[in-house]
Design a binder for this molecule. Structure first.
Ligand SMILES: Cc1cc2nc3c(=O)[nH]c(=O)nc-3n(C[C@H](O)[C@H](O)[C@H](O)COP(=O)(O)O)c2cc1C
Length: 346
């Protein structure tokens, strides 16, 4: 294993890259709740950056704070070009997706399928490093089963177990990635949908914890199944950081409590849900004027009252059929009328 000690700034928590979820409105909303966490873009293919409308694909607002750009690429040339083009935007890190199991992504030898060829991952990471001075990071799985998808005889179709993970990392660590975010599940590339691939393969945190224990100089973030502050605290005992995926949009208020991970936070209280909404409404107003999609703007609010009294009514108020561009600001202000005072402001 290459002994490279990155000097990357390491937030304890990050919010995972998630297609159709972690768009810039979601990130703006999340940032209201926590100043320190690292936020990710959705996965953006290198081709979309190279051939797309750059401003549309890569634009983000300064208020979003630290944002990592995640790219998907299948070769070093595209990765290099995409990262070079992204230099015009103020992303704090660039991340390579080696974890996505979808057919479309795997079929183009991107995402988790890339893990079948450690040399190729090494070359792509080197190209990304050559294109930028920013930290370059990778998000991958603990293993893959590429049976029926990966046909190249030189590639490793099945990567399972700790030894295979070490073999993969032994090669890619030579490119000196600044952080390894490891989704603690194997990706099964044929027969399971992306959704099933986030639930069916069992979580194996121990494999990730063992890696950090044996190679403490590697900067390791764990991902998969973290839903509560207690679980995150436990994860942080073993590795450098924890990445939260679905919980960020299934129970958004969790983010307002992340500050409690800091030991000297006793005298601080979290922003109330009402305050969060108040801070978000002017943004919605502004973005509507810019022509942003009203449903994407409302999406981040959907789970803010998860588990709270009045949540049913709240969700009805924000249901997609009830949301209209012309009336959305009234609808958002109505939250203050229908939700119980203590739930809004405590
Ligand atoms: C809707 C959705 C979209 C996702 N899109 C991406 C993506 O673009 N890039 C990526 O690396 N992982 C993607 N993932 C996987 C997540 O980043 C994360 O690894 C996974 O959800 C496991 O974490 P969790 O159990 O905390 O949700 C996606 C997950 C979901 C639910």
């Amino acid at each position: 294993m290459e002994k490279y000690i990155s000097n990357i700034e390491n937030p304890k928590v990050s919010i995972a890259p998630m297609v159709d979820k972690t768009h810039r409105h979601f990130r703006y909303f999340s940032r209201i709740m926590d100043k320190d966490m690292l936020l990710y873009t959705e996965m953006i293919t290198a081709q979309a950056i190279i051939y797309g409308d750059l401003e549309k694909v890569l634009f983000f607002r300064e208020e979003e704070g630290k944002v990592a750009l995640q790219i998907a690429a299948s070769n070093p040339e595209d990765a290099f070009k995409a990262v070079k083009l992204a230099e015009n935007f103020n992303y704090s890190e660039i991340n390579l997706n080696c974890g996505c199991p979808s057919d479309r992504v795997s079929g183009n030898l991107m995402g988790a399928a890339l893990m079948s060829s450690k040399e190729l991952v090494y070359e792509i990471l080197c190209a990304m490093k050559e294109a930028t001075n920013k930290p370059v990071t990778i998000k991958h799985r603990i293993g893959i089963d590429g049976t029926g998808i990966i046909t190249d005889k030189k590639s490793k179709v099945i990567m399972e177990g700790y030894e295979d993970l070490l073999d993969f990392l032994g090669t890619i660590s030579k490119a000196k990635p600044d952080r390894y975010t490891i989704h603690a599940r194997t990706a099964i590339l044929k027969g399971l949908s992306p959704k099933e691939n986030r639930d069916i393969p069992p979580l194996d945190y121990n494999m990730v914890y063992r890696l950090k224990k044996e190679f403490d100089y590697l900067n390791i973030e764990i991902n998969g199944g973290f839903k509560t502050l207690e679980q995150i605290k436990e994860g942080l005992k073993h590795v450098d950081a924890v990445m939260i995926g679905r919980a960020a949009y299934e129970d958004a208020y969790l983010l307002a409590n992340l500050y409690k991970l800091d030991s000297n936070s006793e005298n601080i209280s979290p922003l109330s849900r009402g305050e969060i909404i108040r801070k978000y409404i002017p943004y919605v107003e502004e973005e509507l004027e810019n022509g942003s999609n009203v449903h994407s703007l409302v999406f981040p609010l959907q789970s803010l009252f998860h588990g709270q009294r009045g949540n049913g009514q709240y969700k009805q108020l924000l249901s997609s059929s009830a949301i209209k561009k012309e009336t959305v600001l009234d609808t958002l202000n109505k939250i203050f009328e229908i939700m119980p005072e203590d739930v809004l402001w405590k």
